[in-house]
Design a protein around this ligand. Structure first.
Ligand code: TXA
Ligand code: MG
Length: 320
């Protein structure tokens, strides 16, 4: 099993030796390795069981470092970078030769991000290479938001997990790019659409698609628990499953169903706070997936604040 700790020097040494580690960011934990070293990048794909057509995000400690790996960026994307980095935003930029094609699955654009988590910052600023890091979960499963989540699923495959506590945001970064001067959101996430539109005006949100090779993170079945995950009106669903005698768990926004027919109830935010709900979402899905229930019932949130991004993850989980 992996060693879990807060030793940044140790993390640095392993990364310099071409190894992979689990590392915390403010969104979710990443499975990190030297983005410029092909052997290491291959190891990332293998460790996650990730298909090679699904490109990786490259992380650096600050905006200045990014210019080593990408060509100058479009004005609107520059504005977003200035406003939201370090933070839960990923930009698609034209890559330079030094970035291996493996990282981008052969695409001309590379996804880059400057994470805000203090441990990620400290680590990246002490490295002389960027880190390729997908979320540290097996392909298709729920993203990890605690070091123990990484240990549970990839602990036998990585030597070290840097423990940065619970991820503050809890949703992956929002992915943004530009095509023919139109700003496009490829994945909803930890930076809200409204905040992005405040900076660059109206954006296009690409509809959920299971066949869009451009951002395979948009695959419908992403973020899925292993158990059947049913999305709908909770009261109706509970009546239906209770009468059929199935033992079920409930993932609710703010309501408490612990004294109902539900065998387990995970509440995302008793005070109806969207940030808190986002932060708890993946831990809640994992908890119910591991609980003694056969089915997980869940409800959508109102489409405000992080509601849009949370519903996106819930729908993908249900689409399995
Ligand atoms: O918050 C995050 O973004 C986390 C943390 C660890 O930084 N990382 C993350 O990585 O969610 P991953 O690999 O699980 O998701 C990255 C997504 C994938 O859906 C991938 O298809 C998309 O980014 N992506 C990467 N490079 C791309 C590119 N050049 N063009 C389009 N989409 C790209
Ligand atoms: Mg992922």
């Amino acid at each position: 099993m992996a060693e879990i700790g807060k030793d940044i020097d140790r993390a640095k040494q392993l990364l310099e030796a071409g190894e992979l580690i689990g590392f915390p960011t403010e969104t979710v934990y990443g499975l990190a390795g030297n983005a410029l070293k092909e052997d290491t990048v291959i190891k990332i794909f293998e460790t996650k069981n990730r298909p090679s057509f699904d490109p990786l995000i490259v992380h650096t400690g600050n905006i200045e470092q990014i210019s080593k790996y990408t060509f100058p960026i479009d004005e609107d994307l520059q504005k977003l970078a200035d406003k939201f980095w370090p933070g839960p935003l990923t930009l698609l930029l034209k890559k330079k030769e030094v970035v291996p094609d493996l990282v981008t699955s052969g695409l001309d654009l590379v996804a880059v991000r400057v994470p805000a988590h203090p441990m990620a910052q400290e680590l990246l600023l002490h490295l002389d290479f960027p880190l390729a890091a997908p979320s540290a979960n097996p392909f298709g499963y729920i993203s990890p938001t605690q070091a123990s989540h990484v240990e549970d699923q990839l602990g036998h495959k990585v030597p070290y997990i840097l423990d940065g506590g619970n991820c503050d945001v809890g949703l992956e970064s929002t992915i943004v790019g530009i095509e023919q001067s139109q700003t496009i959101i490829y994945r909803l996430g930890g930076t809200q659409v409204s905040a992005i539109e405040d900076v660059v005006g109206k954006v296009l949100i690409l509809p959920q698609s299971s066949s869009n090779p451009k951002s395979p993170g948009m695959l419908k079945s992403h973020y899925a628990p292993r158990k059947p995950f049913i999305l709908g009106n909770l009261e109706e669903l509970m009546d239906k499953y209770a009468s059929s005698g199935v033992k079920f768990g409930v993932l609710s926004f703010e309501k408490d169903y612990s004294f109902s027919q539900a065998a387990e109830n995970f509440i995302l935010s008793p005070r109806r706070d969207f940030s808190e709900a986002a932060k708890n979402l993946f831990a809640g899905m994992r908890y119910l997936d591991g609980a003694d229930v056969s089915v997980i019932l869940a409800e959508e949130l109102p489409e405000e604040h992080f509601g849009k991004a949370i519903n996106d993850r819930l729908r993908r989980a249900a689409a399995k």
